[in-house]
Design a binder for this molecule. Sequence first.
Ligand SMILES: [Zn+2]
Length: 251
Amino acid sequence: MIKFSMTNQLLINQIRNIKIVYQTEIIPYCIARIYLVIFKLQDRETEVASLNKDLLANQDKLKGYSDYYDFYVGLGQSLQLAQGGIPHEFGTFIPKDVIRIAFNTADSSHTIADYIETLIHEYLHYASYVSDDKKLSDVFFEEGLTEYFARQIIKNDLDVSTNIGYPVFAKIIDQMTKRISESELTDIYFSKDQVRLEQLLDRVYGENFYKNTRIEFLNLQYASSPDLALKIANEIMKKTWRQSVERKKTC
Ligand SMILES: [Zn+2]
């Protein structure tokens, strides 16, 4: 019995030893495993954070590409329009003394008056050229005034109306001459006096008219379809009309 008892005690001790072994080696082992898992989880978290960052960056890129897409679609539409025979102008002035004119003999809708009008348009660019540094800031005013004056010359000298270059620009300038004298516009055009142009527009259409409308003037030159150009033109006309009415009310 004693022997048994001793054996039993020995067994118990052995079990305790096993427990001790378990506590001293297995638990730290488990803790180490847990830490390993925690480290791995932390690695995953870092990876997830990095992926989220990439995702946000890619979403921004996607937005950017989407804007580029819209831009190039618009550009493509503009080119299609140009191909379809609605160009802004058939000539070009290369500062300071070169004029090039294209004349499409295959298209009978382009009359000799159109050709002469284009020639006058380019000649006006040449005659009003001051220097590379001194010019009107907006294509709208440079081209709009050039085309308006060219049409006036053709109308006065040949008694023919043309509508070949910058039709919307010319129409808006034509409307502006209802309230601004041609001589004042001529002075500004030939001296390329941008400051005087802005002051004149603000004086006639109200304070900050030029600053508040400049975005429309810029957008008009990039309008990708006649419909869009008309929409922007209407915005400009609405502003000139509204400013005029408001000014009349306060007078
Ligand atoms: Zn031009």
